[in-house]
Design a protein around this ligand. Structure first.
Ligand code: KG4
Ligand code: ZN
Length: 414
C-alpha cells in the first residue's frame, strides 16, 4: 500500500511523465485495423474506483474495481476527503488492470468515457483529472458521462431492449423514475424529495449496529438489511408507507428513517440495552423496513406505469420496466415490483446484481451508446468540468402529479 500511495502521489504531481510511463507499459499496435469500436470507461463518482473496456457488441474485454465499502462502514458513512484519497491511491492500478485484462493496447481505444456528473465533487475530480491526462496523451476523443444515464442504459448491454422504456433507479445516492426515449433523452416522472432508499437503509443498518453482526459485518447497509430480514417477521412492526395521499411519482425516505429510529429507541428501552448493541428484534425491524420500502417503491412505480400507459409513452405491445442501481439488487424489492408488472402487463428487467451497483462497465457501455448515436463526443477537452449536481432529462413530475392517477390496491404478498 505504501508503494501504491507513493505511485499515486507522484502520478498526480508530475502527471505527464507518469502517464508516459504508464502508457509505455502497454504494447502499442500502430496501424492495426480495428473492426469494433472499443471504449475505456472510468467511474469515480462515489465510493467505487472502477474501470472497464467494452466493445460495441457489448463484449466486456476487461474490468477492474476497488470498492471502498469496508473503509466507509468503519467510519460510519462516506467521508468525502477519505473517498478522494482512496480514489487517488487506486485509480491508476484499476485502469491499468482493466486495460491489461482486455488484452488491447491504449492506441486501440476509440474513446475514453468518464463519469463527470452527478456525484461527490472530490471523487468526480479524481476520475476526471486522470481521464483528461490520458485523453491528452493518447489523443483520443473524450465522452463525459452522466452517472444516472449510465445506470439506465446498462440493460441494453445485457438484453435487447428498444427505446422507449421506463426506468426506476434506486441506489444510495439516487431515486428516480424516468421514461428513456433515447440515449440521452429522458422524461423525469418523479424523484426522491429527500434521501435515497439506499441511504436510508444504510442509516438504519448503522443505527442497528449491523457492522457488529457476525454474518453481515462486511456488507453494505442495504445488503445487510436484506440478509437479516430473511430471519425476521415483518408483521411484528407495522410501519405505514410514506406519501400515501400524494398522487404523484415522487418518493420520500427520511420520514421512514425517523419512524424506524423511534422504534429502535423504544426497543432498546424495552430490552434494556445500550445504543450500539444488537437488538434481539433487529431482524424483525429489518424485515419491516424492507417491506415498507418495497411497498413505497412499488406504489410510485405502479403510478408511473399507469401514467405512461395513459399518455402512450411506452410501447403498446411490450411495455418494459427496467430497474437498476444498488438497491435493485434487493430480491424482495424486485418481487414487489414483479407484482406490479404482472398486474399491468409489463415486462420487468433488471441487470445482474454486479451491474446494478456502480461499475466501470456501465460507463464504458454508455460511451459506446453515445459513440453509436454520435452524441457528446468531445475532441477538445478545454473547459470541461465535473458537476456534483445535475438533473436527468426533462422534468414532467408536476404534470404527473396533476394527472391525479389513482393506483389500484395490490396484495403485496412477497
Ligand atoms: O448504485 P450504488 O452502488 O451506488 C450509488 O449509490 O450510486 O448503490 C449503493 C447502495 C447502498 O446504499 C447500498 O446499501 C445499497 O445500494 N444496496 C442495497 C443492496 N445492495 C446494495 N440495498 C438493498 N438491498 C441490497 N441487496
Ligand atoms: Zn450509482
Amino acid at each position: 500500500m505504501l508503494i501504491l500511495n507513493k505511485v499515486a502521489g507522484i502520478f498526480f504531481k508530475s502527471s505527464k511523465r507518469k502517464v508516459d510511463g504508464f502508457l509505455r507499459s502497454f504494447n502499442f499496435h500502430p496501424g492495426t485495423p480495428f473492426l469494433h469500436k472499443i471504449v475505456l470507461g472510468i467511474e469515480t463518482s462515489c465510493d467505487d474506483t472502477a474501470a472497464a473496456v467494452v466493445d460495441d457488441t457489448g463484449n466486456v474485454l476487461g474490468e477492474a474495481i476497488h470498492s471502498q465499502t469496508e473503509v466507509h462502514l468503519k467510519t460510519g458513512g462516506i467521508i468525502p476527503p477519505v473517498a478522494q484519497q482512496l480514489h487517488k491511491e487506486n485509480i491508476q492500478r484499476i485502469v491499468q488492470e482493466a486495460l491489461y485484462t482486455s488484452g488491447i493496447s491504449p492506441s486501440e481505444l476509440s474513446a475514453i468515457a468518464t463519469t463527470i456528473k452527478p456525484g461527490l465533487a472530490l471523487s468526480l475530480g479524481v476520475g476526471l483529472s486522470f481521464s483528461l491526462q490520458l485523453v491528452d496523451q493518447l489523443k483520443k476523443p473524450f465522452i463525459p458521462i452522466h452517472h444516472m444515464e449510465a445506470h439506465a442504459l446498462t440493460i441494453r448491454l445485457t438484453n435487447k431492449v428498444e427505446f422507449p422504456f421506463l426506468v426506476l433507479l434506486v441506489s444510495g445516492g439516487h431515486c428516480l423514475l424516468a421514461v428513456v426515449r433515447g440515449v440521452s433523452d429522458f422524461l423525469l416522472l418523479g424523484k426522491s424529495l429527500d434521501i435515497a432508499p439506499g441511504d436510508m437503509l444504510d442509516k438504519v443498518a448503522r443505527r442497528l449496529s449491523l457492522i457488529k453482526h457476525p454474518e453481515c459485518s462486511t456488507m453494505s447497509g442495504g445488503k445487510a438489511i436484506e440478509y437479516l430480514a430473511k430471519q425476521g417477521n415483518r408483521f411484528h412492526f407495522d410501519i405505514n408507507p410514506p406519501m400515501q395521499h400524494a398522487k404523484n411519482c415522487n418518493f420520500s425516505f427520511s420520514g421512514l428513517q425517523h419512524v424506524v429510529d423511534k422504534i429502535i429507541m423504544q426497543k432498546e428501552k424495552e430490552e434494556g440495552i445500550e445504543k450500539g448493541q444488537i437488538l434481539s428484534s433487529a431482524a424483525d425491524i429489518a424485515a419491516a423496513v424492507q417491506h415498507t420500502t418495497a411497498c413505497h417503491i412499488a406504489k410510485r412505480t405502479h403510478r408511473a406505469i399507469l401514467f405512461c400507459k395513459q399518455r402512450g409513452l411506452l410501447s403498446q405491445s411490450n411495455a418494459v420496466l427496467v430497474v437498476s442501481g444498488g438497491v435493485a439488487s434487493n430480491l424482495y424489492i424486485r418481487r414487489a415490483l414483479e407484482i406490479v408488472t404482472n398486474a399491468t402487463q409489463c415486462t420487468l428487467l433488471c441487470p445482474p446484481p454486479r451491474l446494478c451497483t456502480d461499475n466501470g462497465i456501465m460507463i464504458a457501455w454508455n460511451g459506446i451508446e453515445r459513440l453509436r448515436a454520435g452524441l457528446g463526443i468531445l475532441h477538445n477537452i478545454e473547459g470541461i468540468r465535473y458537476e456534483p449536481k445535475c438533473p436527468l432529462g426533462i422534468d414532467i413530475s408536476k404534470e404527473v402529479g396533476e394527472a391525479l392517477i389513482k393506483v389500484p390496491r395490490l396484495k403485496m404478498k412477497i
